[in-house]
Write a protein that binds this ligand. Structure first.
Ligand SMILES: Cc1cc2nc3c(=O)[nH]c(=O)nc-3n(C[C@H](O)[C@H](O)[C@H](O)COP(=O)(O)OP(=O)(O)OC[C@H]3O[C@@H](n4cnc5c(N)ncnc54)[C@H](O)[C@@H]3O)c2cc1C
Ligand SMILES: *[C@@H]1O[C@H](CO)[C@@H](O)[C@H](O)[C@H]1NC(C)=O
Ligand SMILES: *[C@@H]1O[C@H](CO)[C@@H](O)[C@H](O)[C@H]1NC(C)=O
Ligand SMILES: *[C@@H]1O[C@H](CO)[C@@H](O)[C@H](O)[C@H]1NC(C)=O
Ligand SMILES: *[C@@H]1O[C@H](CO)[C@@H](O)[C@H](O)[C@H]1NC(C)=O
Ligand SMILES: *[C@@H]1O[C@H](CO)[C@@H](O)[C@H](O)[C@H]1NC(C)=O
Length: 595
């Protein structure tokens, strides 16, 4: 027996020796590890795709499936049940199709799916609900496979597999991303929706200076779900989340910055982070906080989604609940059809942005030609009398200019009760492109009129609308050293521009729309706000000079940190630090590095 073991030990020793010290010529050449593609006359080194020689074999996928306990799924679009076949297999199922069709515009339903996106544009408008089952259902820009991760080991397995096999990795939390960053053609997706652990801490004890309450939030938690649990605590607490009930918290939202109804009062979501539990591109579990990996901690706080690591959970500050007041304010065709009167009303409202944020308020509104729907003004720590007093210049000017409008004032014992009453679920399934601009207090002070002129010009070009947020993160809050654009500290009014797309746009029509958005829609906004910025979570993928516009003076450091933490580009999201050489070529399909 002993000799056999000795023999085996010697054998393995020799094997290891051979593997470690193979002569140079026996190593695979650099060339062989590349996946070279020429497109449009340029050379690229691409991720591996189905049909490529380097695409993992069936047995490799099987092994991955074993590693993740059978949670690997081949992606089949939700609406395949409305079509006779998908990839040659029969899929039609009338009751299932009726269910998908009914739920398709629902936000919560969509976020609960394996890979679906809120904005169908990013799936290549593929396989939509139909009443014609003989139409074709294809995968479009959806991933090939998805891991429905339940434990951090499953996320790690996905990262390791993508890195080792050179395939595109997509992390999909809620599918909210306006800019399509939670899907990708031919990719392996990791779905983090099941990471619902939440743990409240009454008194945080470091590292760092914070000594108030905190909460550890799992990667899959959504905004309203988190606020509900915060409200159930004793004493009740409040947290900075997005205005939208179903947007994720610990995914793209916080990594991009994260504004919301309490952001003027307490700062951005990225200002609240105390510690992250993450998995980095090398597959290592790491903690990022002021003591451990402080540079990674800094970058995760606003440096961009899916860029530096996969987040498993984040620990953030909580605040005491406070009484709050709200106002709903509308001007639409019920009140006037006179364009001049309408815009005068909007101008009065928007000109006062700095006043709202200087009083700790957040305002959410929708603007279309002839329709202004402000729901709501949020007045934290205010009652009805106080919010009326803060808004008195608005009501006085509307009265003196005879602007017809509607106005409802409400007060609530807590912020959460205001939130549930005044913020509603939004829709899914729209087909649009977004852009936008952050107007700072400086810009509003210097050029309030010019900004509104630019918005009017921009609406005329888009034929669409604006989703407006009046938010001044940092009011009353200590300024946190993190990666968000420093201009957020002077923030006042942030607008998302919307360009609706036709369902069957050709590639050329899509390119023309991007150009229109960038030049005619966002161009005037940019020109009117030389001290402004843009928001990486709610912006324009074609933003010129995006590094500067999304991150300002923080960009060079972010660029270096991307090289340090993800040198191979395991994580990818467009217009995020260090992606300059990467490009999605071949009509929105292959992700490649330019050579
Ligand atoms: C209707 C609507 C309302 C919104 N309201 C607000 C708002 O009030 N305030 C605000 O700031 N933003 C808001 N947003 C924008 C929002 O911040 C972004 O869409 C954000 O990307 C959503 O993150 P998610 O994780 O929920 O979405 P996903 O689309 O699933 O992911 C977005 C990005 O984050 C990456 N990601 C997700 N999870 C992880 C993870 N665990 N680790 C690493 N990377 C990850 C994804 O790969 C992707 O790149 C809103 C968006 C919509 C559509
Ligand atoms: C992974 O394993 C599960 C359980 O055996 C199975 O249902 C599923 O189809 C497998 N996934 C793939 C992609 O083969
Ligand atoms: C995307 O849609 C266009 C137009 O329908 C189609 O020509 C193209 O093949 C699609 N691409 C993919 C990858 O599905
Ligand atoms: C505006 O026009 C619509 C449609 O013609 C009409 O129903 C509405 O009453 C008009 N509003 C006012 C204030 O006149
Ligand atoms: C216009 O405002 C009124 C309230 O004054 C509201 O009831 C109505 O729904 C609004 N119309 C639109 C189209 O938003
Ligand atoms: C808006 O602000 C500008 C200053 O930029 C001022 O000239 C203008 O009169 C204001 N308009 C209204 C309607 O308040």
């Amino acid at each position: 027996m002993l000799t056999i073991y000795t023999f085996m030990a010697q054998f393995y020793f020799q094997l290891i020796f051979v593997l470690l010290f193979r002569p140079l010529s026996a190593r695979p050449s650099l060339e062989a590890r590349q996946n070279l593609v020429t497109f449009g006359g340029r050379s690229y080194d691409c991720k591996c795709y189905p049909g490529d020689r380097c695409w993992p074999s069936v047995s490799k996928w099987k092994a991955l499936n074993n590693t993740v306990g059978g949670l690997l799924k081949e992606v089949v679009p939700d609406s395949a049940v409305c079509y006779n076949t998908f990839e040659g297999r029969p899929t039609y199922n009338a009751p299932a199709c009726a269910e998908v069709t009914a739920n398709f515009p629902g936000e919560q339903w969509t976020t609960d799916r394996d890979v679906s996106n809120l904005w169908i544009f990013w799936t290549n408008n593929t396989c939509l609900p139909t009443t014609n089952p003989s139409d074709a259902c294809t995968l479009g820009y959806y991933p090939e496979y998805v891991i429905l991760a339940k434990r951090k080991e499953h996320i790690k397995a996905g990262i390791d597999f993508a890195r080792e096999n050179n395939i595109r990795l997509v992390i999909r939390n809620t599918g909210h991303d306006f800019m399509g960053r939670s899907t990708g053609f031919g990719s392996l997706a990791i779905n983090t929706h099941n990471f619902k652990d939440v743990r409240f801490i009454k008194k945080y004890t470091g590292p760092g200076d914070w000594t108030g309450g905190a909460v550890k939030v799992g990667a899959g938690i959504q905004g309203r779900e988190l606020l509900r649990q915060a409200f159930d605590q004793s004493p009740k607490v409040a947290i900075v989340t997005g205005e939208c009930p179903t947007v994720g918290f610990a995914g793209g939202y916080i990594q991009g910055g994260g504004h919301g109804p309490l952001a003027t009062l307490h700062g951005m979501a990225a200002d609240q982070a105390l510690s992250f539990e993450v998995i980095t591109a090398d597959g290592a579990y790491r903690t990022a906080n002021p003591r451990e990996n402080p540079d990674l901690f800094w970058a995760l706080k606003g440096g961009g989604p899916s860029t530096f690591a996969a987040i498993v959970s984040v620990l953030v500050k909580t605040f005491p609940e406070i009484p709050s007041a709200g106002v709903i304010f509308r001007i639409n065709s019920t009140h006037t059809n006179d364009t001049e009167i309408f815009w005068k009303g909007f101008r009065i409202f928007h000109n006062l942005s700095n006043r709202y944020v200087d009083n700790g308020m957040f305002v959410y509104y929708e603007l279309f030609p002839g329709l202004l729907n402000v729901q709501p003004f949020v007045g934290p720590n205010m009652n009805a009398a106080k919010i009326k007093q803060v808004l008195k210049p608005l009501s006085d000017q509307l009265a003196s200019e005879n602007i017809p409008h509607d106005w409802v004032v409400k007060e609530f014992p807590t912020f959460f009760e205001l939130y549930i009453d005044l913020f509603a679920d939004e829709g899914a399934g729209a087909n649009m492109l977004t852009g936008g601009r952050l107007f700072t207090k400086t810009d509003i002070r210097k050029n309030a009129n010019g900004i509104v002129d630019a918005m009017i010009q921009s609406l005329a070009a888009s034929g669409g609308g604006f989703v407006g947020h009046i938010v001044g993160p940092g009011y009353g809050a200590p300024t946190v050293d993190n990666a968000i654009h420093p201009r957020w500290r002077d923030g006042s009014s942030f607008s998302i521009s919307i360009l609706n797309m036709p369902l069957r746009a050709t590639w050329d029509e899509k390119k023309a729309a991007e150009e229109l958005l960038t030049d005619q829609v966002d161009g005037p906004l940019r020109a009117a706000s030389p001290n402004g910025a843009a928001y990486v979570n709610e912006g324009n993928l074609e933003e010129p000079n995006w590094q500067q516009t999304y991150w300002g003076s923080n960009y060079p450091k972010l660029f270096d940190l991307k090289k340090k933490w993800d040198p191979k580009g395991v994580f990818y999201a467009r217009t995020t630090p260090g992606t300059e050489q990467w490009e999605v070529i071949d009509y929105g399909t292959r992700l490649c590095k330019r050579l």
